[in-house]
Ligand binder design. Structure first.
Ligand SMILES: Nc1ncnc2c1ncn2[C@@H]1O[C@H](COP(=O)(O)OP(=O)(O)O)[C@@H](O)[C@H]1O
Ligand SMILES: [Mg+2]
Length: 501
């Protein structure tokens, strides 16, 4: 028996149902969460995950007959005030914070309600606010207005606020949906910290890789029902995907043999101390090479060296047959490399600027008139061409890019890079922050670009993503490429067994 099984229950649900109109959103659901456990609640959009949270926090009342047990106390229903008083908190997707208040005021908010002037109370609560942030291992500017912070930091504010209210069971509803990979890593670190301090976390997500990385157990839902509760150890992305969808994943491999095409990128013995070593890698025209492995395997570091962000210590790179050692990103772009970074949301796009401005930002010299002014006509043509080519769903090209969904923002990032007319495209975690439904569309574009002759290096930790969409898959671990998988000859389970070994 696992030691954690002896921990007392923070939450137990039994026979919880919820009907909206004629729709049975939850059907006889049970769930148990132990104190200090990280428990994932996984399932496709619309399966009822948020509804469970809303019942536990008193936003909705369940149908009669439900059993709810919170820290050993049995109830049939619960109000929001009772839920909070018993140590339950939710980090909602929209975070429910106050954009114009300071970080300190947001964290201390629940203690600020009362007669005294707000400023006086905030000052008095400051040491407690600082203590909570220390406990989370983060530092934030307490006086900054919340709306000046990136989403990832606002999320930390929401978590800190929950801890100020002495939360012992925290629900996080799709917390990584709009985070970049590095922001996600930081959030997972905070979740581990909370768990180590005895706070139970119910982590709601449909991202398979992070479910497996963060949780001890995962409860899988489908269509309002519980499919089962599984220990994460021994679980694979493939199995989890099957449980969530109810379908056996078609091994829809699209790999083709491109070994006869000329190499676009040819890397030999490339090393950079502490990052990666002895990398041999060839990507041919029209070929999609997948690069997978655990987080921290050195994949992004390798990409950074290829685009001139860092300098390797040893080895050679040839691009289109010629020796290539980019001194800067600008030099790499000029030579024909495009890089869609995993940090799309913070680095790839300038959120408040228009779709059009974001698209042409890397080709401004091409749309200048002889007098050096920007040609609005040329700009509109480039933008409209790429928006049509990539089927980006937009209102108007002058709308702010922040108004688009994750999937459409990702297409704008692609448009921006494709406008540079690259010969090698490096895609680093291209579906992070992109809805499940929109992912297939991104990969159709990737395949079409390859068919047009572009060489593509596809970096992803979702094993199915590389096996289904690449022609060859390389496995990187500890900074080295240790083996290669043929997508036609390797199942997801086999590849995962090697990666998570
Ligand atoms: N307030 C509501 N009124 C009507 N239907 C709702 C309401 N809230 C959720 N639903 C429905 O219940 C189902 C489960 O929704 P939800 O819990 O939000 O799913 P998830 O969080 O897993 O994506 C969906 O079919 C959704 O349309
Ligand atoms: Mg939801």
């Amino acid at each position: 028996m696992d030691a954690s099984e002896t921990k007392p229950l923070a939450l137990r649900l039994g026979h919880v149902s919820k009907v909206f109109g004629g729709v049975r959103a939850l059907d006889d659901v049970s769930l148990d969460v132990r104190e200090g456990e990280v428990h994932c609640l996984a399932g496709e959009n619309g399966c009822g995950k948020s509804t469970i949270i809303k019942i536990v926090t008193g936003v909705y009342q369940p149908e009669p007959g439900a059993e709810i047990e919170i820290f050993g106390e049995r109830r049939e229903g619960i109000s929001p005030v009772q839920s909070r008083a018993r140590g339950i908190a939710v980090i909602w997707q929209d975070l429910a914070l106050f954009p114009h208040m300071s970080v300190a005021e947001n964290i201390a908010f629940d203690g600020l309600v009362g007669a005294r002037p707000r400023l006086v109370r905030t000052a008095r609560l400051r040491p407690a606010v600082e203590a909570v942030l220390t406990r989370l291992g983060v530092s934030l500017d307490l006086d900054a207005a919340l709306n000046t912070l990136p989403i990832a930091q606002r999320q930390i504010v929401a978590i800190a606020r929950a801890l100020m209210g002495r939360a012992r069971l925290v629900f996080m509803d799709e917390p990584t949906a709009s985070l970049t990979q590095s922001e996600t890593d930081r959030l997972l670190e905070i979740v581990r910290t909370l768990s180590a301090q005895g706070v139970a976390v119910v982590f709601v997500s449909h991202r398979l890789a992070e479910v497996l990385e963060i949780s001890e157990r995962v409860t899988v839902m489908r269509d309002g029902r519980i499919v089962g509760v599984f220990p994460t150890k021994g679980m694979t992305q493939a199995r989890l995907g099957e449980l969530m969808t109810g379908a056996t994943l078609e091994h829809a491999v699209s790999a083709r043999d491109r070994s006869g095409a000329p190499p676009v990128l040819d890397v030999s013995g490339l090393s950079r101390a502490g990052d990666f070593a002895d990398i041999d890698l060839t990507v041919r025209a029209g070929e999609v090479v997948g690069l997978t492995g655990l987080i921290g395997a050195g994949r992004t570091e390798l990409a950074h060296a290829l685009i001139g962000m860092t300098q390797p210590d040893r080895g050679t790179i040839r691009l289109n047959g010629k020796p290539f050692r980019p001194a800067s990103i600008r030099a790499a772009i000029r030579a024909g490399i495009a890089y869609v970074s995993e940090d799309r949301l913070s680095l790839g796009l300038i959120q408040p600027q228009s779709i059009a401005d974001n698209t042409v930002i890397s080709v401004l010299d091409r749309i200048r008139t002889p007098l050096g002014l920007l040609s609005e006509r040329r700009k509109a043509r480039i933008v409209d061409d790429w928006i049509a080519e990539l089927a980006v769903k937009i209102g108007h090209r002058e709308d702010a890019v922040s108004t688009l969904s994750g999937g459409n923002q990702q297409r704008v990032v692609l448009a921006k890079w494709l406008a540079t007319e690259p010969t090698l495209l490096i895609l680093d975690s291209p579906t992070v922050g992109v809805d499940v439904g929109a992912r297939a569309g991104i990969f159709q574009i990737v395949r079409r670009l390859a068919d047009q002759g572009l060489a593509i290096l596809l970096i992803s930790d979702e094993v199915s993503e590389v096996l289904f969409n690449a022609d060859r898959v390389l496995h990187m671990a500890g900074g080295r490429i240790i083996e290669s998988f043929d997508p036609h000859a390797t199942s997801i389970a086999q590849a995962e067994a090697r990666i998570y070994a």
